[in-house]
Design a binder for this molecule. Structure first.
Ligand SMILES: Nc1ncnc2c1ncn2[C@@H]1O[C@H](COP(=O)(O)OP(=O)(O)O)[C@@H](O)[C@H]1O
Ligand SMILES: CCCC(=O)OP(=O)(O)O
Length: 369
């Protein structure tokens, strides 16, 4: 008899990444991990992200229908989008969650279609739909929320899906339960977030939008007084300045590319500007890892380097020399999002984790004001 599989759906700006995984207890084995490419001009014609839903749902269904012999689905796990703060783990997709993701997300991003796509495909297949560890996972204790300005509170917006998956992988390698792992995980992709996990919880992190090291496309944390002056300088509209800091910031703003392979080629060709910008980014990543190690009293069990940039030996060897004194450094290059989505659904199906229902609030201590 045909085995039931877990389908994972991870929508990006011009792609929808699809995975099929065989549940094996609380783990998964990859059967397929593919990317459906969408024409950039077709996507640009939609009036916002929500309007893309029928088109993307049809693309996923067509993809499934084209699999010889068909597939039987045990569950569908979608990328959780830009939700309000939630606890780590798995959330059941229902109409309320879909409505939030489509119509009231904290930010607009293609990943907001993960929940609605999962719901549609799961409804047709007669199986449950979940999202797993969205970027809004928030496990910060009160001490990490205080910013120094009562009008602004620090909040968590972190690559929780890949960071927690890497934490689980490290815990398994160290022979520790994930719930006992203390580690620093640096996700280094187009955006960067560096997190401190204490007993498996992300107790602090550099926010992927706001105060991280600068990245291939983001400015990261900036000196506030100079930023205020820039806001009022008349040089930028509000939207243009946001784009300058997020999307066209960081390495791109200095060198005109977000591709770090190109930057490394520029360095090899003797480009001094590329060399300095690259060194500055690595310097900031090292500082962020050091500050997260400090959160763990400088006694993490390990440090993980992950994300697309962790494919670079140049980067990982410089970072390892710099921060290896704190703890052993392990590299898990790339983002392991499809597998992490599948594993989240598998844990729920196997009964080792309970999925939460929307609306859900983080289980954190309230602030005393
Ligand atoms: N082998 C490599 N060497 C250096 N940088 C790399 C390498 N592979 C990917 N990158 C960089 O990683 C970044 C993308 O990271 P990735 O995690 O794949 O993307 P995203 O954050 O969009 O999911 C890009 O800046 C890309 O140039
Ligand atoms: C759900 C957000 C997708 C994400 O992680 O974005 P970046 O890698 O672009 O920060």
């Amino acid at each position: 008899m045909q085995k039931s599989l877990i389908l994972t759906i991870n929508p990006g700006t011009t792609t929808t990444r699809i995975g099929l995984f065989l549940p094996e207890g609380a783990e998964v084995r990859a059967v397929l991990d593919e990317t459906i490419d969408h024409d950039e001009t077709v996507m640009a014609d939609f009036d916002g992200i929500a309007a893309q839903l029928p088109f993307r749902a049809q693309a996923v269904q067509d993809f499934l229908d084209a699999i010889p012999g068909g597939v039987r689905l045990a569950a569908v796990a979608g990328r959780g989008g830009m939700l309000s703060p939630v606890p780590a783990g798995v959330i059941v997709v229902d109409d309320g969650l879909v409505d939030f993701a489509l119509h009231r997300p904290v930010h607009h991003h293609a990943s907001n279609l993960g929940a609605p796509l999962a719901q549609r495909i799961a409804a047709a297949a007669g199986c449950p739909a979940f999202v797993v560890d969205p970027v809004s996972v928030d496990e910060l204790p009160p001490v990490a929320r205080v910013s120094g300005c009562p009008d602004i509170q620090r909040f968590s917006f972190v690559h929780a899906l890949n960071i927690r998956a890497c934490g689980r992988r490290l815990a398994t390698r160290l022979g520790k339960p994930f719930a006992e792992l203390d580690a620093v995980v640096a996700h280094m992709g187009a955006g960067i977030s560096v997190a401190a996990l204490r007993k498996g919880r992300i107790v602090d992190s550099t926010n992927r939008m706001e105060n991280s090291p600068f990245s291939p496309e983001r400015a990261g944390g900036l000196p506030p007084m100079a930023l205020i002056d820039l806001c009022y300088s008349g040089r930028f509209t509000k939207d243009a300045l946001k784009r300058r800091l997020y999307g066209q910031g960081g390495v791109h703003a200095y060198l005109g590319t977000k591709d770090m392979r190109r930057v490394e080629a520029m360095i090899k060709a003797g480009d001094a500007k590329a060399q300095l910008v690259w060194e500055a980014m690595v310097y900031q990543i090292g500082k962020a890892i050091g500050s997260m190690a400090a959160v763990l009293d400088f006694r993490p069990d390990g440090i993980v380097l992950t994300g697309g940039m962790a494919h670079s030996r140049r980067l990982t060897s410089v970072l390892t020399d710099r921060i290896g004194a704190f703890a052993p450094v392990t590299c898990y290059p790339g983002s392991h999002e499809s597998e992490a989505l599948g594993a989240g659904a598998a844990r729920v199906l196997a009964g080792v984790e309970k999925a939460r229902t929307w609306p859900v609030s983080p289980e954190v201590e309230p602030m005393p004001w």
